[in-house]
Design a protein around this ligand. Structure first.
Ligand code: IVH
Length: 691
């Protein structure tokens, strides 16, 4: 048998494999222990994690499962029952009066049920199905505070659970940590425990400053908080936006207080900051509250990684006690990980409608934020260089709310030795035409134009989309299949599909009814608006807003097609690049052919009512709308502004008169501030439009 304490060598692994089951289990345990120890040290001592928390949880779970299955093989140095890591030596060591323990985890409703069942198993009939109390699981550092006769005396970190570090001087710099509790002046010794953390906003500020100074930024708020608390110079801690949230009274609680929720209320009365307190009666209510917090966690000012659910009665807590290092009366109900690690096994290049070549990362499928993700956009070649990512790398993938998943970190230290830097393809992966990367642009482009089948296909899909010709019923997959069978090549061919009814029915086993539906949808789409038609053409740089502005400006298609660059430039939203692209578009013989064919097939629109803006209150003004408005859809707001004579543009420039900003306004807001463009809130806007 191998020495269980010595580090695992490849020989051990080899022997384990060849000598039988127990050794193989031990070898597996040892390698998990090794990985966990490396992580613990990096996390707790160096404040510089080497893997995502979710990854750590998984390793820990694997080890725990093995230990439960093979209790005889549990290794004496297993970190499972150890909390944190050895304390650092620079601070005075303090032994906790009562050990600071950790919490078990549950990850779904079944496991939550399991936890509550285990609680019930230890209670008598009258006590079964107790009330529970739920709190946020704050993602910071556990700290114990002591007050003597109301005066703040000492703060100690959790350390290894038995002994921590005296961080009193640094804790004094935490602005919301009460230094004096007038209403507790008769309590000889009060011990309050809670979490020290850095709120999200403070974290971003801190990292910005750290970056400006040229120092290494913190991986997350938790590490920033840990690093700040461990500063030997309290002046440094004083400049860090630390905050303290209390979650328990461990000594000095009045006997009149019988529940955890009441204890927290009392802490609040003493002027401690506490997190939310929710009392629930059964697993269903607990699950509801948990799901509510999953939805709203991003709105909180600080990061949380789950909920803590505690038996509310302090007497029952006492009765239930502890199992090794975890309370039987509480557990952490973890959130689905929003950041997980997985392998990026390939980088593929996709060609868009306008020929833009964008890299797509192919992932080992993984659950993030509750859904399985197997592709991730890498935006452009510059992003690949910025991240320094290669095929084969382990990456962190983040997905919060309904946000598109993205790669937030590349674990370079885990890079396979044989990986190679990513090259921008020199030719289009679809049509083999040369690829160009214009000097001041982020996106590489295929030069094949409509010769490139990928661009042809994307152009078709764009043409039928809802905001373009809105050919409801002709989905992208049918369209691509018609394209592949040579039934449609250009968008004009869509209006000739009725000549191929028989073929369509046999070709796609579509059935007569579905073919009829598609054909009537195509027929119905012939009646459109000029703006939708211009947008549907897919001219580079002409999005929906620009298309509407062009329709307004020119009133009919012929004038637009005949316009020179100067005329085009008079349209709001149209800059030099778009003007040139549009000008060229209407001069390409192929495009003129397609447009003519479309009109001949019967595509038409009602006359554009050009708003005479002269004399209207907002005449001559250009507005931009951003964010979500409470009282109306953005399209409505736009129509109201236009009715008052304003032009509405999609992007901010120095020419913009005002930015109408709804909730969650993002980069446009920042740009407006930078350019000194006036920002108008929803209320002011409503007054302006007379509502
Ligand atoms: S109660 C006996 N309540 O989670 C354990 N802990 O994994 C008592 N934590 O060390 C802990 N928020 O750092 C409790 N509302 C909360 C918490 C919380 C965060 C942390 C704490 C603890 C760790 C356990």
């Amino acid at each position: 048998m191998t020495d269980p304490i010595a580090p695992l060598t490849s020989k051990d692994i080899h022997n384990a494999k060849s000598t039988g089951n127990d050794d193989a289990i031990v070898a597996k345990m040892r390698s998990l222990i090794k990985a966990l120890k490396i992580h613990n040290h990096a996390y707790y001592v160096l404040d510089n994690p080497r893997m995502e928390d979710s990854e750590y949880d998984q390793l820990r779970r694997s080890l725990l499962e093995l230990e439960e299955q093979y209790p005889d093989l549990v290794q004496p140095d297993s970190p499972i029952n150890q909390v944190g890591d050895m304390p650092l030596s620079a601070f005075t060591q303090v032994t906790h009066d009562i050990p600071m323990l950790s919490l078990g985890n549950v990850f779904d409703y079944d496991e939550l049920h399991g936890f509550m069942r285990r609680v019930n198993d230890r209670l008598n009939d009258a006590q079964k199905n107790p009330e529970y109390e739920m709190e946020l699981k704050l993602d910071g550092l556990a700290v114990s505070l002591k007050y003597a006769y109301g005066k703040f005396m000492q703060a100690v970190t959790r350390g290894d659970g038995q002994t921590g570090e005296d961080i009193t001087q640094n804790a004094k710099t935490i602005h919301n940590l009460p230094k004096w509790l007038p209403t507790a002046s008769d309590i000889e010794l009060l011990e309050v425990r809670g979490e020290v953390l850095i709120p999200k906003a403070g974290f971003e500020r801190l990292n910005r400053l750290t970056e400006e100074k040229g120092d290494k930024t913190f991986a997350n708020p938790r590490n920033a908080a840990a690093g700040s608390l461990r500063q030997l110079d309290p002046c440094v801690a004083d400049n860090r936006p630390l905050a303290f949230y209390a979650y328990s009274v461990n000594q000095g609680l009045s006997e009149h207080i019988k529940t955890q929720s009441a204890a927290l209320e009392w802490l609040k009365f003493l002027e401690f900051e506490i997190s939310t307190v929710e009392v629930v009666q059964n697993p269903r209510e607990a699950q509801d509250y948990y799901e509510y917090m999953v939805e709203t966690r991003n709105d909180l000012p600080f990061e949380i990684d789950g909920m803590v659910i505690k038996v509310n009665s302090l007497a029952l807590q006492q009765q239930l006690g502890f199992l090794s290092r975890e309370p039987r009366w509480a557990t952490a109900y973890k959130f689905p990980a929003e950041t997980v690690m997985t392998r990026l096994h390939a980088i593929e290049w996709q060609v868009g409608r306008t020929g833009a070549i964008t890299p797509v990362g192919k992932l080992q499928p993984v659950k993030v934020g509750g859904v399985t993700v197997s592709n991730v956009t890498l935006h452009n070649f510059g992003e690949i260089q910025r991240l320094d990512v290669r095929a084969g790398d382990m990456v962190s993938v983040h997905r919060a709310g309904d946000v598109i998943p993205k790669v937030t970190r590349v674990w370079h230290e885990q890079r396979p030795a044989d990986s190679e830097p990513v090259q921008l393809p020199s030719t289009c992966p679809v049509c083999d035409s040369p690829v160009v990367l214009p000097e001041d642009e982020a996106l590489a482009r295929c030069t094949g134009g409509l010769f490139c089948p990928a661009q042809q296909q994307e152009a078709l899909i764009h043409f039928v989309s809802r905001r373009a010709m809105d050919i409801d019923g002709l989905g992208a997959s049918w369209l691509v299949s018609f394209f592949e069978h040579g039934l449609v090549k250009t968008v004009a061919d869509i209006y000739q599909l009725h000549k191929h009814q028989e073929e369509l029915i046999t070709l796609e086993k579509l059935g007569e009814k579905s073919v009829q539906n598609i054909l009537s949808a195509i027929e119905a789409s012939k009646h459109t608006t000029l703006a939708s038609f211009i947008y549907a053409l897919g001219i580079r740089g002409v999005g929906e807003t620009t298309a509407q502005n062009l329709a307004q400006q020119f009133g009919d298609l012929d004038s637009l097609m005949a316009a020179d660059i100067d005329k085009l430039l008079q349209t709001p939203d149209v800059g030099a690049i778009t003007a040139e692209l549009a000008y060229k578009f209407f001069r390409a013989p192929h495009n003129i052919e397609v447009i003519t064919a479309l009109r001949e097939a019967g595509v038409h629109w009602k006359k554009v009512e050009q708003v005479a803006s002269e004399g209207l209150p907002l005449d001559g003004q250009t507005w931009v709308i951003t964010g979500a408005l409470d009282s109306m859809a953005r399209d409505e707001a736009k129509a109201k502004l236009q009715a008052l004579g304003a032009k509405v543009s999609g992007s901010i420039s120095a020419k913009t008169t005002a930015l109408l900003a709804g909730g969650k306004a993002g980069s446009k807001m920042a740009k407006a501030e930078k350019l000194g463009v006036k920002v108008v809130g929803e209320e002011e806007f409503l007054v302006l439009v007379g509502e």
